[in-house]
Write a protein that binds this ligand. Structure first.
Ligand SMILES: C[S@@+](CC[C@H](N)C(=O)[O-])C[C@H]1O[C@@H](n2cnc3c(N)ncnc32)[C@H](O)[C@@H]1O
Length: 218
């Protein structure tokens, strides 16, 4: 008879608790979602959720340049395009990036009350999902952030900026991990290393100008 072996972590009150805790998938507060999206956006969200595209990375890193105050889109991405994950990092970057409004938005969208802030880093937990956020207030072209690899590149309403700086696209695809997702609402990208993933028509509505597209790095 063969015996199964399990690795046992040293006991601490916290891991004792998590041992019995049900794994809960990351959620967005339904009411807040309806307040922040038009009905066609909600359909896009639901259809994106039903899509076959799922990135199975346990500790995904999302980079969102030109984020403005938008906390909703990265949360939609975490909710819809991931299988189970237990810790995610979102890197927000913008020339003007006050942290408090984004934190307020997070509270509203997730219902989480306890959000910890230290300098330009923020951390909160939703059930057993940890979300770490890094806020970079700078011009991402003049000073490209020190990021070595990402699982998701996210941009929305950034077309003027990308038009002026064609090298920026190359740099982001370079640091995007294989099978990573490139999400944009700007134009069609034709490159050998990016494969466009077909989505229902409604998903386009998640873009500011109704052009939201998903690509996967080959
Ligand atoms: C149209 S807004 C889109 C905001 C957000 N992505 C959304 O969907 O709600 C474009 C954002 O890009 C930012 N931006 C423009 N040039 C930038 C640069 N060089 N570096 C970082 N952010 C920039 C602006 O400050 C602005 O917040």
């Amino acid at each position: 008879m063969s015996l199964k072996t399990y690795s046992i972590e040293p006991f601490t009150p916290n891991n004792f608790k998590s041992f019995f805790k049900k794994r809960v998938k990351f959620e967005i507060n339904e009411k807040a979602l309806r307040e922040n999206l038009f009905s066609e956006g909600i359909k896009g969200f639901e259809d994106l959720q039903k899509s076959e595209v799922k990135l199975n990375v346990k500790k995904p890193v999302l980079f969102y340049p030109g984020c403005g105050f938008d906390a909703l889109l990265p949360l939609i991405v975490l909710k819809t395009l991931f299988g189970y994950f237990h810790e995610a990092t979102i890197i927000f970057a913008d020339t003007i990036l006050p942290i408090s409004p984004v934190i307020g938005y997070f509270k509203q969208l997730t219902g989480v009350e306890r959000i910890f802030k230290k300098g330009n880093m923020v951390k909160f937990e939703y059930e057993d999902c940890k979300i770490n956020c890094l806020f970079i207030e700078s011009d991402v072209v003049l000073q490209y952030p020190d990021i070595s690899s990402i699982d998701v590149y996210l941009e929305r309403g950034f077309e003027m900026f990308r038009n002026k700086n064609p090298m920026f696209l190359d740099k982001n695809i370079e640091i995007l991990n294989k099978k990573g997702l490139f999400l944009t609402d700007f134009g069609d990208i034709t490159r050998d290393d990016l494969k466009h993933i077909e989505m229902p028509e409604s998903v386009l509505n998640l873009g500011l100008y109704k052009g939201f597209k998903v690509y996967r790095k080959e």
